[in-house]
Design a protein around this ligand. Structure first.
Ligand code: 5GP
Length: 193
């Protein structure tokens, strides 16, 4: 998606440790016009696929998932980090290693919000090593819900998880795929899609 690639090239910051900061448009300050175009693009790419729920993970997936959900006309469910006092009762639960924090979190979804009747699109901001995605797919499997596809804003292609998931037959639509980035020069190259 050219609009997103241009924005990453202009405003993304390449940091040591294979981190791309997108704080000014995707992660802290949210460019709603851009997010709306991203939602429309996923809707185009998943046209003809029946989807009745979007699943994401707190915190940074929630904003983009909500705006995409306007296009899909469906609710958003987000996996919460457990330990919150307002998470009680019967939950699906899995463990996710955080790429940015290096910690392992238990994340949960209340059993009332996912089930065998659901056809789900997973949305997240970044794909790095695929741990967040694997956790969300585990929750869907526990719920007996159908995974219809995955929409990622920025896939760091050089970390390999995206190609591994595609090879497993998962329908993965990343709006921008970064093939390389250099924190000394700030250079970012994108995969032709
Ligand atoms: P994964 O589980 O695929 O290794 O990492 C994905 C999660 O880590 C995303 O939900 C995202 O929040 C965070 N993440 C991974 N890489 C980056 C990055 O380069 N920049 C930012 N801002 N977040 C990242």
């Amino acid at each position: 998606m050219e609009l997103l690639e241009r924005r990453i090239a202009e405003d993304g910051e390449v940091c040591p440790g294979n981190i791309l900061k997108a704080g000014s448009f995707l992660n802290q300050q949210l460019d709603i016009g851009l997010l709306r175009e991203m939602g429309r693009e996923w809707k185009r790419r998943f046209a003809g696929t029946e989807i009745n729920k979007i699943l994401t993970i707190e915190a940074s997936g929630i904003g983009i998932a909500c705006i995409a959900a306007v296009e899909f006309g469906c609710p958003v469910v987000f996996a919460k980090k457990s330990g919150a006092r307002n998470v009680t009762g019967d939950v699906f639960s899995t463990r996710v290693e955080s790429f940015t924090h290096g910690t392992v979190n238990e994340v949960v979804v209340d059993r009332r919000y996912l089930g065998p009747g659901d056809r789900v699109l997973i949305i997240d901001d970044f794909l790095a090593n695929g741990k967040a995605l694997e956790g969300l797919m585990d929750l869907l499997e526990q719920a007996g819900a159908v995974l219809c596809g995955v929409g990622i804003a920025i896939e760091k292609g050089f970390q390999g998880a995206g190609d591994r998931l595609r090879a497993r037959g998962i329908r993965l639509e990343s709006l921008a795929i970064v093939d390389s980035m250099d924190d000394r020069t700030g250079t970012i190259t994108f995969r032709k899609q």
